[in-house]
Design a protein around this ligand. Structure first.
Ligand SMILES: Nc1nc2c(ncn2[C@@H]2O[C@H](COP(=O)(O)OP(=O)(O)O)[C@@H](O)[C@H]2O)c(=O)[nH]1
Ligand SMILES: [Mg+2]
Length: 268
């Protein structure tokens, strides 16, 4: 934990801005306040990524929420390339005063930025969407000379080739649940049936329409997993409901957006 902060401290000195990649399905939980001090007053471009999986109307409110203190916020679907120009344009706008200051002296200022965010928020995907070749991934190959390589996006923008991973903030249970649901926590260390049961309980309150539209057969059942297993026909040889499979199915459905475009956090 302290090591991650120290590493970030060293890297942050080399850049003008950070591109803070947020998972749009849990914008607040995607931020780790532990890194705020390290980021200091570097200008931030917040990218509400995975916008394709999120409620568009709600997202526009979140965009406004993150646009303060001179920072910028945009929404993006990094799986495609269509939002890449907006990312580049916004980063250039964020640094316009600096670019102009140099331009007056006849110098082309290259803005350097570091892409940061919690695991699975889409940092690598975003970087790859900004460049023509898949440089972000190939740098890890053994034999490829490592060290500080900057990825050139255009004449004004270079990205640090290694994205900064922020460990997620598990300070409260509610955040931990959301982070696990969106897939920011390795499933290997999770109790999947427990996560699914908690997730269903959460959605039954926050998004009952979406939940029960997909799984009408779990309504009014105090134990949702056996009901879901029976409803889906996941039955073990002995006739018992396969709750493990039901749990996996629910989590997979949620992450694929099959329950709908759900944002787990409500704007206050
Ligand atoms: N639907 C959708 N999936 C995305 C988007 N961005 C990334 N992903 C997926 O999210 C997963 C994690 O992305 P990755 O770039 O490896 O995350 P990183 O750990 O932050 O580098 C991958 O399966 C990506 O394909 C997006 O905008 N929309
Ligand atoms: Mg990555």
């Amino acid at each position: 934990m302290a090591k991650a902060v120290r590493m970030m401290e060293a890297e942050i000195k080399k850049v003008d801005s950070v591109i803070y990649v947020l998972d749009a399905r849990a914008p607040v939980s995607s931020v780790n306040p532990a890194f705020d001090q390290v980021l200091g007053n570097k200008s931030r471009l917040y990218v509400l990524n995975k916008a394709d999986l999120s409620d568009r109307k709600e997202l526009s409110k979140w965009r406004v929420f993150f646009e303060k203190d001179g920072n910028k916020c945009i929404t993006a679907n990094s799986s495609g390339k269509s939002d890449a120009p907006l990312v580049v344009k916004s980063l250039r706008e964020l640094n316009a005063p600096l670019i102009e200051k140099y331009a007056r002296k006849g110098v082309n200022k290259v803005i350097r930025a570091m892409v940061i965010g919690i695991p699975n928020s889409g940092k690598s995907t975003l970087i790859n969407s900004l460049i023509s070749e898949k440089k972000a991934a190939t740098g890890d190959k053994p034999g490829v000379t490592r060290g500080k390589q900057w990825i050139t996006v255009d004449k004004n923008i270079e990205l640090m080739d290694v994205p900064g991973v922020l460990y997620p903030d598990f300070s409260d249970q509610d955040k931990a649940l959301k982070l696990a649901l969106i897939g920011s926590v390795n499933d290997d260390i999770l109790d999947v049936p427990e996560l699914a049961a908690e997730g269903i309980k959460f959605l039954a309150k926050s998004h009952p329409q979406e939940l029960f539209a997909r799984y009408p057969f779990i309504k009014d059942f105090p134990e949702p997993l056996p009901a879901l297993a029976k409803g889906r026909g996941y039955i073990l040889k002995g006739g018992e409901p396969d709750t493990e499979r039901a749990a996996k199915a629910f989590i997979s459905d949620f992450r694929k957006g099959l329950l709908g475009k759900i944002i787990l956090e409500k704007m206050l």
